[in-house]
Ligand binder design. Structure first.
Ligand code: GLC
Length: 458
């Protein structure tokens, strides 16, 4: 039997994208029969586990090429008719077009071509986080302090910190603005975006030069927002049995400051499943929160990133991992990790996905199992002293993933079937496994994910 890790590396090498003779990224899937044309693009979020593998393997120059390429692409964004001065975001993905005369051209998708025209808000957060990880591993402060990178960090933080019609410190985004890039009722203040925002603020603060007059205002604002965001998420997004009981008996329709049920969550909105499912001595951050709205679904990536970056405090982090342990069959099952639990069915599916046949219950984003999330599960488990959960996740995935040909996702309550419309040879399924294996063998690799500056280190 071939070594799964060696096979994962073969896929990684084959996925390499070159521009002007340099490796600059990895394509999302090598499956020639992929259902959408853009799977042959290099996606910003899909490149993250590739980048972390390259960093641990001493191939930081590829990550640096990627970071500069994406930064340059940002300026390519065309203005939409009727919208002057759009704040420039980073693309969801890009590809290298080769003309007949051999000329190469970079072509990006800013959500203007993507299915459903979704806005890739997570790309800019991942860019800052990756820049920080690159800096931690390579020590290349020259690059981070370059005018282009400092400007890039400032522009990203400025977009996030702009005043909007908001009363919450969390970031307001449209549906499908992150890994779940289809309509899934994840508009508003989804947890994954808040965890990435937290990571980006922390990383940005650690990298901006405080002596640079141009950066001082954004540093001040970022500090303040980071504190407010942290307190707010730790308090309002947190759900454990005591909190559930509280909501169950909460008074509603209260006006004024200092009231318990400030967001006016109606006890009637508590779904049946959560009461039985939430284990004792455990807890998690809910998927979304807004006026009169608490999305009780468990979103794995948001919770894991909150643990990894420190948005969840030490106690909460331990209790989140407790949910993974006690609800292992639901959240990991036969292929770690379930993207969200539970699936939406019936009317809820019809109304919130717009009858999306790819997102039927227990498939794809609607409760499917995504091997790419294994790196985050393993990293969070190791960080919180749950080494056996990390081992268990690797054991489940190791041979099955390679044997199945690196599918993009799995279907069913426990991830038993290969995803109905999943690609094979999905790069981030392979790189996540390499990364998980590396973290288990040498947990010091996790240091690159400590995003804060020296003064913020634990
Ligand atoms: C799908 C996923 C998205 C991923 C892309 C490329 O659209 O939902 O998260 O980035 O495929 O793999």
């Amino acid at each position: 039997m071939t070594d799964p890790i060696a096979s994962a590396y073969r896929l990684l090498e084959a996925s390499m994208v070159h521009y002007q003779g340099q490796p600059v990224g990895t394509i999302a899937s090598l499956d020639a029969h992929a259902p959408a044309e853009n799977y042959a693009d290099c996606f910003i979020r899909d490149f993250v586990p590739s980048a972390l593998v390259f960093l641990l393997d001493g191939r930081g120059e590829i990550v640096r090429n990627f970071l500069s390429t994406v930064l340059r692409l940002r300026d390519q964004q065309e203005e939409m008719e009727g919208h002057r001065l759009l704040p420039k975001v980073m693309p969801a993905s890009f590809r290298v077009l080769v003309h007949e005369d051999g000329r190469e051209e970079l072509h990006a998708d800013f959500g203007d071509r993507a299915i459903g025209r979704v806005a890739p808000v997570d790309s800019m957060m991942w860019w800052i986080i990756l820049l920080r990880a690159y800096c931690r591993v390579t020590g290349d402060t020259g690059f981070v302090r370059s005018t282009e990178c400092q400007r890039g960090i400032r522009l990203i933080l400025n977009i996030c910190l702009q005043d909007r019609f908001e009363v919450f410190p969390t970031l307001l985004v449209p549906d499908g603005s992150f890994m779940i890039d289809r309509r899934m009722g994840v508009y508003g203040h989804p947890l994954e975006i808040q965890a990435l925002f937290f990571g980006a603020l922390q990383a940005g603060l650690a990298m901006l030069d405080p002596a640079d007059a141009e950066s001082q205002a954004v540093i001040r604002q970022s500090r303040k927002r980071l504190d407010q965001l942290t307190d707010y998420v730790r308090h309002y997004y947190w759900l454990d049995l005591a909190r559930l009981n509280h909501i169950h008996r909460a008074r509603t329709e209260m006006f004024g400051h200092d009231i318990e049920n400030a967001l006016n969550i109606y006890p009637e909105s508590i779904p049946d499943w959560v009461t039985d499912w939430l284990p004792e001595d455990a807890g998690y951050l809910v998927g979304n929160l807004g006026p009169g709205r608490m999305d009780f679904r468990f979103f794995s990536f948001g919770n894991l990133l909150a643990v990894l970056f420190g948005l969840a405090d030490a106690r909460q982090s331990r209790l989140i991992m407790e949910v993974f342990q006690q609800r292992w069959d639901d959240l990991a099952g036969m292929m770690p990790v379930k993207i969200c639990y539970p699936a939406m069915e019936g009317e809820e599916w019809r109304l919130l996905t717009g009858s999306d046949p790819k997102n039927i219950p227990w498939s794809y984003h609607n409760g499917g199992n995504w091997p790419t999330l294994i790196w985050a599960l393993v990293a969070a488990a190791l960080n919180t002293g749950h080494g056996y959960l990390a081992e268990r996740a690797r054991e489940v995935a190791l041979h099955r993933l390679a044997h199945d040909g690196w599918p993009e996702y799995y279907d069913g309550r426990n991830g038993r079937l290969i995803g109905r419309r999943a690609n094979y040879n999905q790069t981030w399924s392979a790189t996540a496994l390499i990364l998980a294996d590396k973290f288990i063998k040498d947990p010091s690799g996790l240091d690159m994910l400590r995003l804060g500056g020296a003064e913020e280190a634990p």
